[in-house]
Design a protein around this ligand. Structure first.
Ligand SMILES: Cc1cc2nc3c(=O)[nH]c(=O)nc-3n(C[C@H](O)[C@H](O)[C@H](O)COP(=O)(O)OP(=O)(O)OC[C@H]3O[C@@H](n4cnc5c(N)ncnc54)[C@H](O)[C@@H]3O)c2cc1C
Length: 440
């Protein structure tokens, strides 16, 4: 039997969302979850299910019941490349379990604290124009729907997997996920200081030459506004292409330490970055860090205690330079500034109904603005700019949309997702005010 607490306070990772649910429980069997949902459905109750609580958006607040699946210890089952895991497993534990079996995940975002169900529910992504977000690795899943029925969802049901892969927790409680895995692998990491204009003029080429690339654009007061750190993550031995011209920049061990997760105070960290970026001054690309390691260590950055807020939009990949030019104009005017870098990543198209990459045949550029303080000022300028470029927000980060905005962003698939929601959860057990605002 699930023991419920009435005095539990939820706080998200960035400490920007805090609420006290009516009840908080950690069920340990699927049957318990089914009973909890059936009772709520009969009594007009509401349930939200959390993963690791790393989202910035208001997906979880509820006055009803908050569940965590941390105690749902289901077995890990391997069937060739497909591996079935509990929905609540943290990515860091999943990676270890897969490695024991000689397997790995095709791509990852920057951290591994999230649960697999939570990461996929918001479309969590890494970088790589030919690589999909994490939800594209899902082959099937089991979820408890709004009537307490355990459903198996695979590619055989019409649109069900397309709806459930990225569901914002609005269709049901995901108890198990079957992932299409790849053999465990290693990658080569290179970081370069580059001029922003050199990178903006070569985005297509850099995406062609590198399996994965991203860049961080630092602005005053941290760095000169024309400077980026460009990072490539490739199969070992990939020819460097345009970056072959880069010469090594000595004396960058402090910066290299930060990129590999050395823990520093925010001000020291920003000071080291600013100093390093000052070295570029008009030169071609300079390499500041190189190593080869297991894929998860190359793809992620250790979680630094920099409790920021973030707004991230996906725009068609070919419009990335327009977005950055637009942002440069705003920053040049000097009204808003950022102490954290603007992050630019690239993701392949996919067909999940609510995927920001849906119907984007050439993939998307994800542009993220992170702030330590002036979030309102920054996001007020950033969001309209991104929306003007056909942008769609990352569902797990900060954004301000009404349902008409979402409907316009997802022509066709918005109504399909609403229909899926009505079918999976006819009584709205998994709703909260935020989801109702977005989906009516
Ligand atoms: C420091 C930091 C770094 C990040 N880096 C990246 C990045 O590189 N790339 C990126 O794309 N995003 C990134 N994010 C965003 C993060 O990946 C997403 O917000 C993700 O959803 C968090 O997963 P979680 O397990 O914490 O889920 P939560 O935040 O707890 O929940 C998110 C959603 O998943 C649903 N959910 C969770 N578990 C279940 C379940 N079992 N069944 C049904 N629904 C469920 C919840 O109801 C909710 O709607 C980052 C966030 C932080 C704080």
């Amino acid at each position: 039997m699930t023991v419920f607490k009435t005095d539990h306070t939820f706080e998200n990772w960035s400490d920007t969302i805090k609420f006290r649910p009516g009840l908080y429980g950690e069920p340990s069997t699927v049957v318990e979850i089914q009973q909890i949902v059936q009772q709520a459905a009969n009594a007009g109750g509401k349930i939200r299910t959390q993963g690791a609580g790393h989202s910035f958006s208001q997906l979880l607040p509820t006055a009803g019941t908050l569940l965590s699946l941390d105690q749902l210890k289901l077995p890990i089952v391997e069937n060739g490349a497909q591996v079935t895991v509990p929905g609540g497993i943290r990515l860091k534990d999943l990676i270890k379990e897969l490695r024991k079996r000689g397997r790995g995940l095709r791509n990852l975002g920057s951290i591994t604290e999230q649960s697999i169900a939570g990461a996929t529910a918001t479309g969590t992504h890494g970088t790589g124009l030919r690589l999909g977000a994490i939800h594209t690795q899902i082959a099937a899943m089991k979820l408890v729907d709004g009537q307490g029925q355990l459903r198996t969802i695979d590619g055989s049901g019409p649109k069900d997997l397309a709806a459930a892969r990225l569901s914002l927790g609005a269709l049901g409680i995901i108890t198990e996920v079957t992932l299409e895995t790849v053999p465990d692998y290693r990658l080569e990491y290179n970081a370069y200081l580059c001029r922003l204009d050199d990178v903006l003029g070569r985005i297509d080429q850099l995406n062609q030459e590198n399996e994965r690339m991203l860049f961080w654009w630092f602005l005053p007061p941290v760095g000169p506004r024309d400077c980026v750190i460009l990072i490539t993550k490739n199969p070992v031995g990939t020819p460097p292409g345009w970056l072959a011209a880069a010469t090594d920049l000595p004396g960058m061990s402090a910066l290299g330490g930060i990129l590999r997760g050395r823990r520093l105070s925010v001000d020291t960290l920003l000071g080291v970055l600013g100093g390093a970026l000052g070295h570029l001054a008009g030169a071609g690309p300079r390499r500041i860090l190189h190593f080869v390691d297991d894929y998860d260590r190359v793809l992620t950055i250790p979680l630094l205690p920099v409790y920021h807020r973030e707004c991230e939009y996906a725009i068609p990949a070919g419009r990335a330079w327009e977005a950055l030019e637009g942002m440069r104009r705003v920053f040049d005017e000097g009204d808003v500034s950022l102490r954290l870098p603007v992050e630019v990543r690239f993701v392949a198209p996919d067909d999940a109904l609510l995927s920001p990459s849906r119907d984007r045949a050439s993939g998307v550029a994800y542009i993220g603005a992170s702030t330590l303080e002036n979030a309102t000022e920054v996001f007020e300028r950033f969001e309209p700019l991104m929306r003007g470029l056909e942008g769609r927000p990352h569902w797990g980060k900060n954004f301000t949309l009404r349902h008409a905005d979402v409907e316009a962003m997802y022509p066709g698939s918005y109504s399909e997702f609403r229909a899926a929601r009505a079918s999976f959860d006819p009584k709205g057990v998994f709703s909260n005010s935020f989801l109702d605002e977005l989906f009516g």
